[in-house]
Design a binder for this molecule. Structure first.
Ligand SMILES: [Zn+2]
Length: 341
């Protein structure tokens, strides 16, 4: 498929909103997980989103230690590999806290502006600004400024209202944090960012946590999303229903995921579970090929066992399975707009 452009991305998200399904947004940080995400989408016949956090950009940039550079290289790789895939793959950047707006988000938007001026297509279809550490009004003031920059460059902005518990790249929800978005919050986001024709992705919080916890750690209340959408639709009509994002979904039951799909969740971040699937397969290889991957007691090991391509391929295959499972849970399987399946 040709890489996703802005119009295709909007069509993808609107199809999900109307169709009661969501796209997995898979966190990637190097070529193995990135290729696994694309391969998983293709195997599932699902369009999808790959997302790059600030930390992933930093990791990918290697000795340059520049998250902007790393994010661009991962996006470029996605674009080229996705062109050969049978499904659409959009590129998003994940959680950018307020303190990194000037060193991550704005330089990425400037890079897009530079490409566009040179007649080149966008590498990024959306960016996330996470202002959930700020009071709501201040969060939205920064978001509105970024929204204007994004709209000039045909980029969708994702914002977060309320606080998701747990930890993501060192950003942790404050104790006694406001874990539930109110209908008033959702109305305020819509009125601030969308009333003049803009569209944003909104990560509303309903008791979800980043990372994975044993059952009972938090109480999910997906009905919060319905209340918020109903408030927006009651005031501005059904067409105003928002694109919602489910953060911190790892470890959530399929029933709870399905409930959120009915309330307008069109993108679900998947990080912890896919990382575990990759590492699980690598660990299995290491433990079952112990005498091959290590040179034990003066032996020489087995080259085929310790070659990095051997165990990285197993990690990729493990992650592909988990990506396919995510597509099934989110009901995006078989629904690609461009599937050859
Ligand atoms: Zn979040």
């Amino acid at each position: 498929m040709p890489a996703v452009d802005h119009a295709t991305y909007v069509r993808m998200l609107d199809r999900a909103l109307a169709g009661g399904f969501a796209y997995p947004a898979i966190n990637v940080l190097e070529l193995t997980s990135l290729n696994a995400a694309i391969e998983g989408f293709e195997a599932a016949g699902s369009d999808g989103i790959v997302q790059i956090s600030v930390a992933a950009g930093m990791h990918a940039s290697g000795p340059a230690k520049d998250p902007v550079l790393g994010a661009i290289t991962l996006a470029e790789h996605t674009r080229r590999v996705a062109e050969r895939a049978g499904v659409h793959v959009a590129v998003h950047t994940d959680h950018c806290p307020t303190g990194k707006v000037d060193t991550f988000l704005k330089p990425l938007i400037a890079e897009t502006a530079r490409r566009r001026a040179a007649g080149l297509p966008n590498l990024f279809q959306s960016h996330m600004y996470d202002g959930s550490d700020l009071p709501m009004r201040e969060n939205l003031r920064v978001a509105a400024e970024l929204m204007a920059l994004c709209r000039e460059n045909e980029i969708i902005l994702e914002v977060e209202a309320g606080v998701v518990g747990g930890e993501e790249d060192g950003i942790s929800g404050a104790p006694n944090a406001k874990l539930y978005t109110t209908p008033e919050d959702m109305l305020l986001v819509h009125e601030t960012l969308e009333r003049d024709g803009g569209r944003c992705l909104l990560a509303a919080t309903f008791g979800n946590v980043h990372g994975v916890y044993k059952p009972g750690h938090v109480k999910l209340m997906p009905g919060i999303l319905k209340e918020g959408q109903d408030a927006v639709a009651a005031k501005y009509g059904d067409a105003a229903r928002m694109w919602l994002v489910f953060h911190g979904g790892s470890g959530t039951s399929t029933e709870e995921i399905h409930e959120t799909l009915g309330y307008g969740v069109v993108k679900m971040n998947v990080h912890t579970d896919t990382q575990y699937a990759l590492t699980r397969a690598v660990a299995d290889h290491m433990f079952t090929h112990y005498a091959g991957v290590l040179k034990v007691d003066g032996e020489v090991g087995v080259k085929q066992d310790y070659l990095a391509s051997t165990w990285l391929d197993k990690g990729r295959a493990g992650m592909v399975e988990r990506v396919v499972q995510a597509c099934e849970e989110l009901k995006s399987s078989g629904k690609s707009m461009g599937s050859r399946v």
